[in-house]
Design a protein around this ligand. Structure first.
Ligand code: FPP
Ligand code: MG
Length: 329
């Protein structure tokens, strides 16, 4: 099994510079806000997005060491903080009480304060970006923030109407997850002055990786051995039809489909219904079919890296692709 530590190895120094940059930049006035911010920043998770920015920067840099520069740290911070704020808001929306194995911000400080903390992080992020004067990076990264909101609204609308199709599902996960991974990979290239073609290649690479990332997230929500630090089965409790269930619904008869959708409606209040649905999705091949779709996106992502010469950075990005689909966290 490939580990994140081995993937990080070629850019360890750059990631340390990035951590120091965030510590210097992200401070807050006020005791409570400071405490909340510290909690949010100390439970930042796997750090896939800053890692993607940094590896992409290192692979696209014309001179060694360029990926340790301020522009790369700034790009990594802009994407990671958008992600951090979006998860704080997401846990409010999903009424999730744990995140990364710890109480979520809303569980610890209530939803209204969690919303404000998410807003604060976005506001500080934007201010730091603008003060830096690196407007190309700020507009490249922050210009795509609306996509996350579009994805979430579409997802909420579909859950309310139970009218999910494969096309809409792929549209939702593109907007809520893949777009920011595409922005991360392309921002790394942009930060070190790569050509427009390379920036586009890296965007497409990150988007394919991001599609696979979210499909794996949706698979893990059905997986008993997953160690995500999040409540499992929440998608069903929220009435969300994600790819594993969609695969089963697509090959069901009209009658069976109606029966399954009726069962889904009861998942909000019945743990027994959640467990029955999970078993049905497993027994009827929903997880395997979703995994096959995910592998297709990963193959596409790896293919895009073939434009680059072999290097430790490219190897790490290929390994990141494997990690995304093998992870259970
Ligand atoms: C996690 O999905 C959520 C996202 C990837 C995006 C959340 C976006 C918003 C709440 C819109 C607000 C945007 C900004 C920029 C503040 P999930 O619930 O499927 O995953 P989970 O299992 O990790 O909760
Ligand atoms: Mg959620």
């Amino acid at each position: 099994m490939i580990t994140l530590d081995s993937i990080r190895k070629p850019v360890l120094r750059e990631l340390e510079a990035y951590d120091a940059f965030v510590e210097r930049q992200f401070t807050a006035d006020g005791e409570l806000l400071n405490e909340m911010l510290k909690e949010a920043l100390s439970s930042r998770g796997k750090g896939i997005r800053p890692l993607l920015v940094t590896l992409s920067a290192a692979m696209n840099a014309r001179t060694a060491g360029a990926a340790g520069g301020q522009r790369v740290s700034l790009a990594a911070m802009l994407v990671e903080m958008i992600h951090t704020a979006s998860l704080i808001h997401d846990d409010v929306i999903d009424e999730a009480d744990t995140r990364r194995g710890r109480p979520s911000i809303n569980a610890r400080w209530q939803s209204h304060k969690a919303v404000l903390l998410g807003d604060y992080i976005l506001a500080r992020n934007m201010a730091i970006g603008l003060e830096s004067g690196q407007f190309d990076l700020v507009s490249h990264i922050c210009g795509r923030m609306a996509s996350l909101c579009e994805g979430e609204i579409l997802q909420a609308d579909c859950a309310a109407r139970q009218n999910m199709t494969r096309r809409t599902y792929l549209d939702i996960i593109f907007k809520k997850t893949a777009s920011l991974l595409g922005v991360s990979a392309s921002a790394g290239a942009l930060a070190v002055g790569a050509t427009r073609d390379k920036v586009t290649t890296m965007r497409r690479f990150g988007e394919s990786l991001g599609m696979a990332f979210q499909i794996q997230d949706d698979i893990l929500d059905y997986t008993p051995s997953a160690q995500t630090g999040k409540p499992r089965g929440n998608d069903l409790r929220e009435g969300k039809i994600t790819l594993p269930l969609l695969e089963v619904l697509e090959k069901s008869s009209e009658e069976r489909r109606t029966e399954l959708l009726a069962m889904l409606k009861t998942c909000h209040e019945s743990e027994e219904a959640v467990q029955r649905m999970q078993q049905i999705v497993l027994d009827e091949g929903g997880l395997d079919a979703a995994a096959a779709t995910m592998h297709g996106y990963i193959a596409k992502a790896v293919q895009m890296l073939s434009e680059y010469d072999d290097s430790p950075y490219r190897t790490s990005l290929v390994h990141l692709c494997s990690f995304i689909i093998e992870r259970n966290q």
